[in-house]
Design a protein around this ligand. Structure first.
Ligand SMILES: [Zn+2]
Ligand SMILES: [Zn+2]
Length: 252
């Protein structure tokens, strides 16, 4: 099983997960030509995908889904709440999922789980091939016992490190947006992500990627520092998904 990122952050997200010949895209917040170019960097074309799983209706996650799915006839899986808020899915073959029920797409088992975030019915996902599991958690204002149960024992983790609390507090966002981002339905702050990782870490956790790092309210170095303390590794050993380049294939 392997995975790679098309880009990560408030300007657009996309994660490719592959098990054998099965490939799904989780979210697509990029324009059509940009998405195709980002996929080409990974040696992929849109037609290589079994479909797109969507986490929630925010533009950085769903903004490019409709165009890509229509043009390349890709099915889209999403919750009823996300479908209700989606603006651009006319003509797309949508499959409404239960936010608690795992489903299978060819060789991939996909387990959605609900998260606290300011969207209608947001979920995140754990992907498995029967041997290994990849957990993804971005766009959550806080952790919950359910999140931690879903991510327990994963072999790899893509974990939001959205902001640094002091940078958000002292940064350029208006007060209302600061409250939203830092609130219980906003985004994970470095310290929250580190505390969660501390509860989740286990001997077989091979890989942790910091993701959805804010350009205005965080730095890669701060995110790396927060997670490396928990993992007991050098800061540079923590990899960070960036907005422009995402990250290259990681095999687990
Ligand atoms: Zn987001
Ligand atoms: Zn969001």
């Amino acid at each position: 099983m392997r995975f790679a990122s098309l880009g990560s952050g408030s300007e657009g997200n996309g994660l490719v997960v592959e098990a054998g010949d099965t490939r799904v895209l989780m979210d697509c917040g990029f324009g059509l030509a940009d998405s195709v170019a980002r996929l080409a960097r990974l040696g992929l074309q849109p037609g290589d995908f079994a479909g797109i799983v969507v986490t929630h209706e925010h533009g950085d996650h769903i903004g490019g889904v409709g165009r890509l799915a229509r043009k390349y006839r890709l099915p889209v899986w999403l919750t009823a709440g996300t479908l209700g808020m989606a603006q651009d899915l006319d003509g797309v073959a949508v499959q409404v999922i239960d936010s608690h029920a795992a489903f299978v797409v060819d060789g991939l088992e996909i387990q959605p789980y609900p998260v606290p975030h300011d969207a209608r019915e947001p979920v995140q996902y754990v992907f498995g091939d029967g041997e290994r599991r990849l957990g993804v958690l971005t766009d959550a204002g806080c952790s919950t016992p359910h999140i931690e149960a879903m991510l327990a024992g994963v072999d790899a983790l893509v974990l939001e490190c959205n902001h640094d609390a002091a940078m958000l507090e002292n940064g350029p966002y208006p007060a209302g947006l600061k409250r939203r981002v830092g609130g219980r339905f906003g985004h994970l702050e470095n310290g929250q992500s580190a505390a969660l990782l501390d509860r989740l870490k286990h001997a077989k956790l091979q890989c942790v990627m910091a993701a959805h790092v804010s350009k205005k309210n965080n730095t890669a170095a701060l995110a790396q520092c927060a997670l490396s303390r928990v993992l007991g590794c050098a800061d540079d050993d923590v990899r960070v998904a960036c907005q422009t380049a995402g990250f290259d294939w990681i095999r687990i």
